[in-house]
Design a protein around this ligand. Sequence first.
Ligand code: NAP
Length: 298
Amino acid sequence: MIVGIVGLGLIGGSLGLELRSQGYRVLGVSRQAATCERAIIRGAVDAAGVDYSLLATADLIFLCPPLQAIPITVAQLLPHLHPQAILTDVGSVKGPIVEAIAPLWPRFIGGHPMAGTADQGIEAAHLGLFRDAPYILTPTPTTPPDCVAAMTAIIEVLGSHLYTCSPADHDQAVAAISHLPVFVSAALIASCEQESNPQVRKLAQAFASSGFRDTSRVGGGNPELGRMMAQYNATALGRSLRAYRDRLDHLITQLEAQDWDNLEAFLTTTAAARPAYVAPHAPPSPPTHQPGPAGGGL
Ligand code: NAP
C-alpha cells in the first residue's frame, strides 16, 4: 500500500516516520518546498513536493494540514486521486470536516489521533507519537466497509487504540475533555487578573505554585489553536461551557448557604469520578470501543 500525506508537520511527519519504519512507501505534499526537503532528510517520506499530482498513485491519503486548510487541500487534491483511493483526515474536530468532505469523496473517513505535543512543524515529528494513544474514526452510514477496514489495520500498525463513534459524539467528547479545559483555564487566569487590588494581585503571582501551574497551563497556550477549537466546535463547546457554568453556580449557592456537607459530598463525587478520565488508559469501554493493540493524549 502506498500512503500519501498532505501537510508535513507534527502529525503528518510523525505518521510518515511511523509508517515508513513499518515498510510502507510514503509520499508527501506540503505547502512549502523547504518543508518537503526536511521531511525527506528526516526520513518521514520517500518522496515529497508541493504538487498534488505526486499523490496520484497513493492508496490511502492522510490530510494533515491545520484544520482550516483541510477543505481547500481536498479541493486541490481530488483531481489527482485514483478512484479507489481512501481519504482520511486527522483534524481535531470532526463534524464540519466530515460534512464538507464526505459528499465530495465517497471513500472518505474522518479520523482523529489523540496524540500531540506543544511543538509544531516537521522538526517536531517523531516516532512513537501515536503509540498507546486513542485514534478515533467517525464513519457515516455510507462509509464503505473496506475504508474502515483499511484504517483499522493502519491504526493497529501505529500502536493506537481504535475508537469508533459519530462525528457529533466525537466533537462533544473532545469539547468536554480538551476544548472546555482551555477556556476554563483561560477564564481562571483572567479572573486572577481581574483582582482590583494590585498588592493582592502581586502576592497571588508570587504565591502561585504547582497547583496554579497545572490548572492554568492549557489556558496560557496558543491563542490561534483556541480560536480554532471555538470556531469549529462552537455548538459542543457552548454546551460544555454552560454545563460548567451550572456547576459553578451550584457551588456558589452551596458556599453562600454554608452548605458544607453537600459541598464536601460534591468533592467526594468528583474525586471518585476523576480516575475514569486520567488513569492510564482504563476508561470504561463504550459499546463502540474496539480494543487496539496498545493505550495515550491530544
Ligand atoms: P503543524 O505541525 O503546524 O503541521 C501542519 C503542516 O501543514 C504545516 O507544517 C504546513 O506545512 C502544512 N500546511 C499548512 N497549510 C497547508 C496547505 N494549505 N496545504 C498543505 N500543507 C499545508 O500542525 P499539526 O499539529 O501537525 O496539526 C495538523 C492537523 O492535525 C490539524 O488539523 C490538527 O487539528 C490535527 N491534530 C493536531 C494535534 C496536535 O496536538 N498538534 C493532535 C491531533 C490532531 P508547511 O511547512 O509546508 O507550510
